[in-house]
Design a protein around this ligand. Structure first.
Ligand SMILES: C[S@@+](CC[C@H](N)C(=O)[O-])C[C@H]1O[C@@H](n2cnc3c(N)ncnc32)[C@H](O)[C@@H]1O
Length: 224
């Protein structure tokens, strides 16, 4: 039995949840549709921390179903890009934003944060909603984000989880998805070590979008 097929007692639907890190197949599609709805409040809260102008060029990393790309296309008049390393996420984001892709105002591509093919100093804003848990090498990956941001560019991270001590469900989640949940201090340290000059964070007590249980949301706003 592989680690990922391990049945758990606490996670209600491990087969579905396992797709969060790299959505695939029918369950991946179900999860993406679910995330498009369930992450809306978190995304709105995060986006409120940004000053988006009509000239802003924006990249959303781990764009999933593409709702944040769509949201940004309504605010800026400039280009919006989305990347995701899941082929299915790229397909779903593309379908949702096809009209603006046809007008050459939007590009969605399959890419990993660790090896982004963008030139240095390309974006005013880079965003990451509910995705950094899965990034393979957070220090290097934040350096990549820093590289593609313009001088004074902003990186927004938005997560609906902080580490909880002695929380069996969270422990199982981390094992099942082979991911990391970062504390506020860790995020600040990794961002500063990756070259960001200023980092602000905000925490909000709210609920988990899938279980409805209490959860601490965090957003970090880092300036290059
Ligand atoms: C939990 S989903 C969140 C999707 C979307 N941002 C949202 O808030 O609904 C995480 C997404 O990040 C993508 N992802 C994970 N690791 C990635 C990486 N290293 N590079 C690019 N995308 C990644 C996954 O494929 C998945 O689509």
């Amino acid at each position: 039995m592989t680690k990922n097929s391990k049945k758990t007692k606490i996670i209600e639907d491990p087969e579905l949840l396992i797709n969060a890190g790299n959505p695939q197949g029918k369950l991946g599609e179900k999860l993406i549709n679910n995330m498009n709805i369930n992450h809306e409040n978190l995304a709105q809260w995060g986006v409120n921390h940004l000053n988006i102008s009509k000239d802003s060029i924006i990249l959303d990393i781990g764009c999933g179903g593409g709702v944040n790309v769509k949201r940004f296309l309504k605010i800026t008049e400039n280009k919006v890009y989305g990347i995701d390393y899941s082929q299915l996420s790229v397909k779903k984001s593309t379908e949702l934003n096809q009209k603006e892709i046809d007008k050459k105002r939007c590009e969605i591509k399959q890419d990993s944060v660790s090896e982004m093919s963008f030139e240095d100093n390309s974006f005013d804003i880079v965003t990451a909603f509910e995705t950094i848990y899965f990034w393979p090498d957070i220090g290097n990956d934040f350096k990549q984000v820093n590289r593609v941001l313009k001088e004074d560019g902003i990186f927004l991270i938005c997560n609906e989880a902080l580490p909880k001590e002695n929380d069996e469900r969270q422990k199982e989640f981390i094992e099942l998805l082979d991911c990391n949940i970062y504390s506020e201090e860790e995020l600040i340290r990794y961002l500063k070590n990756s070259g960001f000059s200023e980092v602000k964070t905000e925490i909000k007590e709210s609920t988990d979008s899938f279980t409805g249980e209490d959860a601490s949301w965090i957003c970090a706003i880092a300036k290059k």
